[in-house]
Design a protein around this ligand. Structure first.
Ligand code: RFL
Ligand code: PHB
Length: 398
């Protein structure tokens, strides 16, 4: 079989890439190990930067996002019994973010791919990529029905997340890795209850971090810092609500409770692998880098990579020009490192490190007071949170 781009993974990165390529007249195939239902139900991110919304609009998949997305002009930082508003509109010249679940982004992109009758295969096994240092890389997989297929491609996009097979296909001798694990994890719940807040609350607390987020005017999303090896079985619903109530407590404010529809624990990690390209293999999204979720950057980085990659591949395959492809990794890594720093900063400012003692807490509180009390410091948080301008990767500008 033959196609122009073989895409491994039907997460936001792989799906958006297939959509942008299709709009540029480039044919692709998407292969995914999970089922469509699993991909559409996997609870993850919820905050889109304005640049991500623009990319989804340009890709023609924003009808539901434009109708259902919740525009947010700030967040609350809570610590030492005080809740402070960081006003993004005021601090960044009117910029905002949009609350719209990753599950919905994925549903919109899968629907677009299927309605355009583009190729996508779910529940494949034994995905392999080979001949990456040639101009005819190969993608192999076994379909759900058991048939083994070999696809000859012009390029392969590794959009298969952190545990995928594409990053390890780059020889170790040309790869560098920077990583750190954090000594905590997030227990996340999806609850059938209207949010108790108009904007997200990021809460520092001696018992550990808590976050009140949301999905829709009817559905809330909340997180608690827990130990990295925490057993989810130790957290019956009542214990989760008790702990959320304690950490988020504020005089005169009440946390509304509802049925818990989903419950999971996520470890926290920072990871940057470089380069993001080897020959005709291009990595995008979590396959190349991971940030802890405290800065709400992971999904946004994945979409930003792919916006750049779609142009680079279109130029390479249709125009025969390699310059954008050559600049892909370096251009993305600048943004990745900025987001990696911001996510690390938010994470370490807000979480309680087990065994750290009172010095850490005092330093965190000093930083939180400064961030909420100084316009310069608040602006630093706000401009990182709302996101960075789209990358200039244009055939006509060096
Ligand atoms: P994904 O979404 O992991 O998709 C990769 C896909 O590849 C498939 N796959 C394979 N397919 C074929 N063959 C193989 N061998 C394969 N191996 C794997 C997988 O099944 C999967 O479908 O990566 P992608 O597309 O790069 O997207 C990245 C985002 O999912 C991720 O960065 C965000 O969810 C991170 N994140 C957040 N990001 C934000 O921007 N804002 C947020 O508010 C935010 N909150 C979060 C988050 C991530 C979280 N978790 C659970 C990690 C909150 C949480 C709790
Ligand atoms: C979410 O709504 O899932 C969410 C929001 C903000 C974050 C992380 C996750 O920083």
């Amino acid at each position: 079989m033959r196609t122009q781009v073989g895409i491994v993974g039907a997460g936001p990165a792989g799906l958006l890439l297939s959509q942008l390529l299709a709009r540029g007249g480039i044919e692709s195939i998407v292969v995914e190990i999970r089922s469509r239902a699993y991909c559409e139900a996997r609870q993850r991110a919820g905050v889109l930067e304005a640049g991500s919304v623009q990319v989804l609009r340009a890709a023609g998949v924003s009808q539901r996002l434009d109708r259902l997305g919740l525009e947010h002009g700030g967040i609350y930082l809570q610590f030492a019994g005080e809740r402070h508003h960081i006003d993004f509109r005021d601090l960044t010249g009117g910029r905002t973010v949009t609350v719209y679940a990753q599950t919905e982004v994925v549903k919109d992109l899968i629907a677009a791919r299927l309605s355009a009758q583009q190729r996508i295969e779910f529940e494949v096994t034994d995905t392999e990529v080979a001949d990456l240092d040639t101009t005819r890389p190969v993608l192999r997989y076994t379909s759900a029905g058991g048939k083994r297929t070999e696809v000859n491609c012009d390029a392969i996009a590794g959009c298969d997340g952190f545990h995928g097979i594409c990053r390890p296909a780059i020889p170790a001798s040309v790869r560098t890795v920077h990583e750190c694990d954090y000594p905590y994890a997030w227990l996340g719940i999806l609850a059938d209850v209207p949010p108790s807040t108009d904007e997200l609350i990021y809460c520092h607390h001696p018992r550990g971090f808590a976050l009140h987020s949301m999905r829709t005017p009817q559905i809330s999303r909340l997180y608690l810092q827990v130990a990295p090896d925490e057993d989810i079985g130790a957290w019956p619903d009542e214990r989760i609500w008790d702990e959320l109530r304690r950490r988020l407590a504020l005089p005169g404010w009440e946390l509304k409770e509802g049925a818990i529809m989903d419950k999971s624990i996520t470890p926290m990690r920072s990871f940057v692998g470089a380069p993001m390209r080897y020959g005709r293999l291009f990595l995008a999204g979590d396959a190349a880098h991971i940030v802890p979720p405290t800065g709400a950057k992971g999904l946004n980085l994945a979409l930003a990579d792919v916006a750049v990659l779609a142009r680079a591949l279109t130029s390479l395959i249709r125009g025969g020009r390699a310059d954008l492809a050559d600049r892909y990794s370096g251009a993305c890594l600048n943004r990745v490192w900025r987001a990696t720093h911001f996510s690390w900063w938010m994470t370490t400012m807000l979480h309680a490190t087990p065994g750290a003692g009172p010095m850490e807490a005092q330093l965190q509180l000093a930083q939180l007071r400064y961030t909420t009390g100084s316009r310069a410091a608040a602006t630093t948080l706000a401009e990182n949170y709302v996101g960075y301008p789209p990358l200039k990767l244009n055939p006509d500008t060096p």
